[in-house]
Design a protein around this ligand. Sequence first.
Ligand code: ADP
Ligand code: MG
Length: 335
Amino acid sequence: MNDPNFQNDDLLDIHNLKTYFFTREGVVRAVDGVDFKVKVGEIFGLVGESGCGKSVTSLSILRLVNPPGRVVDGSILFQGRNLLELTDAEMRQVRGNRISMIFQQPLPSLDPIRPIGDQIVEALLVHKKMDQRQAWKHAVDLLNLVGIPDASRRSHSYPFELSGGMAQRAMIAIALSCEPELLIADEPTTALDVTIQAQILELLCDLRSRLGMAIILITHDLGVVAEMADWVSVMYAGRVVEEASVNSLFEEPLHPYTRGLIESIPVLDQDRKRLNAIPGVVCDCINMPAGCKFAPRCKVQIEKNMTICNKHEPHLLEVSPNHKVRCWLYEEFSH
Ligand SMILES: Nc1ncnc2c1ncn2[C@@H]1O[C@H](COP(=O)(O)OP(=O)(O)O)[C@@H](O)[C@H]1O
Ligand SMILES: [Mg+2]
């Protein structure tokens, strides 16, 4: 499966990805020219408010976007091969063996009428060519690995018998059964309560170090990214508006949108209330403003009355080797 010419440490290299939904109301430009790279073994945070195109980006990687949506442009190189050019059969191989995904809600992704052990065994029989006995033993090992206590007994439990946190662990075990090089975790803890959230995030960090897989961690919570990620892309209205190493992003956030997100990170003794949420809402992806998509909500644009922001869209500029931003404030860096 590997491209013999693939040698660098870019596991995933997305370029100019555009995914649109052709609805009766108009064309929804959910993802509109996204670029980013994920390196082997890294935790890559993809952040932004709800509706910014994070999930559509991840579904595009796995080629799971359904009509009326479709990828209309761009390339998604995984280990050097463009996933958008694979046959359906080749893509099924990638999904079963190389890239796994876990979702916000574990229960709908689990089969309600089969014990969780069964569900892992099935994945192992299909993808790893093990016999029944080996597969059961390995399934129990995986349940142990994700921290399910009394794993051999629990392997016979049905999904509804598990708590939310345990169901999420079971889903992670299924996702790991193919030993993926890349795990996409789409808001994996949003549905869980705070202490369980922390445990699941810790588990993901631990698995990354033990198994060496890369993780795309999708979240609307920059606090989570600060704790876990190596590299971060901030999305707004279907675009990457800032990209940086995690240290650079938090030491010197450049985009007014990113600064707004950082100011709205919940503080524990504030009862996780978002006291400083950015005013306004994400523009709808059908009628986008002409210039910078964030301009209508941007304090800096309004204070400084920067007319260019409403007229022309800025490019994603490299302001230092590990920091890019799409904002007219930094245009001078491009010369
Ligand atoms: N099936 C669909 N049909 C039409 N629009 C969609 C569909 N799925 C997602 N979208 C739109 O695409 C945009 C991005 O959605 P999504 O990727 O789910 O956001 P996020 O995961 O960042 O919250 C939103 O405006 C959403 O309404
Ligand atoms: Mg989403």
